[in-house]
Design a protein around this ligand. Structure first.
Ligand code: CP
Length: 310
């Protein structure tokens, strides 16, 4: 694997290999068998974030450091991006400076693909850490890792993705990955927050959350992305919360074993009640923890695995 840009068309065997690596790393690190691996010593990983992030950025930095890579963080505000330097020139500069892997978050859909094209000659790997409303593949992988921990095999599991699907790169990457792994995915959203092409997606669509909850194995709530809604938000925040928010009443409609996910950042009281977010049914902090191991596994498969198996 040279890049991780999308989960669309992902080989289930490749995805499972990454998830298995992440699970082994987690076991070794949390069992304190090892504190840090030497695997990426001498390799340089650069994160470039043109949009805000807490979870993705921090976990990639920790992942790189726990693999002994040299990790450099670049943000749009503190770099020459602020002086108007283009994405292409920034990418070529990072490659010339010695990046083995560039991890990029950008507001434009397709930015990570463009970057991978520009860096082909340099041989630098690219990871998409979220591009506009398009994809966030490592989020989907960490969600799958968390679901596997709680539910085991995902084939045949019924998973609902609820809320602002229209603006969600998390939803797109999860639809591709979860269906590739054999899960049965339902999107639950008001018609105004679904993409126009959703009929061609390999999912079922519902507008009624209460009707779906009793037969689910997992429910994944999405943040309502007000920053991408330039024409206003319909339904209103109050209507949304009443129709699609996971309240304590709705939590009781889920089967006992069903797990609640949220990629974060959460809007408590909007898409999820605070008591639900803090309940043992929610796997939100597990998702963050698994994010580190999944991103270590991704860096391993991009930068070390091919060399080891060559
Ligand atoms: N889930 C996620 O991508 O969170 P951050 O925006 O904090 O990275």
């Amino acid at each position: 694997m040279k890049h991780l840009l999308t989960t669309e068309g992902i080989d289930p065997a490749q995805a499972t290999a990454i998830l298995d690596t992440a699970a082994s790393l987690k076991q070794a690190l949390e069992g304190r068998e090892v504190r840090k691996l030497p695997t990426l010593r001498g390799r340089t990983v650069i994160t470039v974030f043109y949009e805000n992030s807490t979870r993705t950025r921090v976990s990639f930095e920790i992942a790189g450091k726990w693999m002994s890579a040299d990790v450099v963080n670049v943000s749009s505000s503190g770099s020459s991006v602020g002086k108007g330097e283009s994405l292409r020139d920034t990418a070529l500069t990072l490659a010339a400076a010695g990046a083995d892997c560039v991890i990029v978050r950008h507001p434009a859909s397709g930015a990570a693909h463009r970057l991978a094209g520009w860096l082909r000659e340099a041989g630098t790997s690219v990871v998409n850490a979220g591009d506009g409303m398009h994809e966030h593949p490592t989020q989907a992988l960490l969600d799958a890792a968390t679901l596997r921990e709680r539910l085991g095999e995902l084939r045949g599991r019924r998973i609902a993705i609820v809320g602002d699907v229209l603006h969600s790169r998390v939803a797109r990457s999860n639809v591709h990955l979860l269906t590739a792994l054999g899960a049965d995915v339902t999107l639950v959203a008001p018609p105004t927050l679904l993409p126009t092409g959703v009929a061609s997606w390999p999912v079922t669509v519902s507008h009624e959350l209460d009707a779906e909850l009793p037969s689910l194995d997992a429910v994944m709530l999405l943040r309502v992305q007000a920053e991408r809604m330039h024409g206003g938000f319909f339904p209103s925040a109050r209507e949304y919360s009443i129709a699609y928010g996971l309240s304590e009443r709705r939590l009781k409609l889920l089967p006992e074993h069903a797990v609640v996910l949220h990629p974060g950042p959460m809007l408590r009281g909007m898409e999820i009640a605070s008591a639900v977010a803090d309940s043992p049914r929610a796997a939100i902090t597990d998702q963050v923890r698994n994010g580190v191991h999944v991103r270590m596994a991704v860096l391993y498969h991009l930068l070390a695995h091919e060399e080891e198996t060559a």
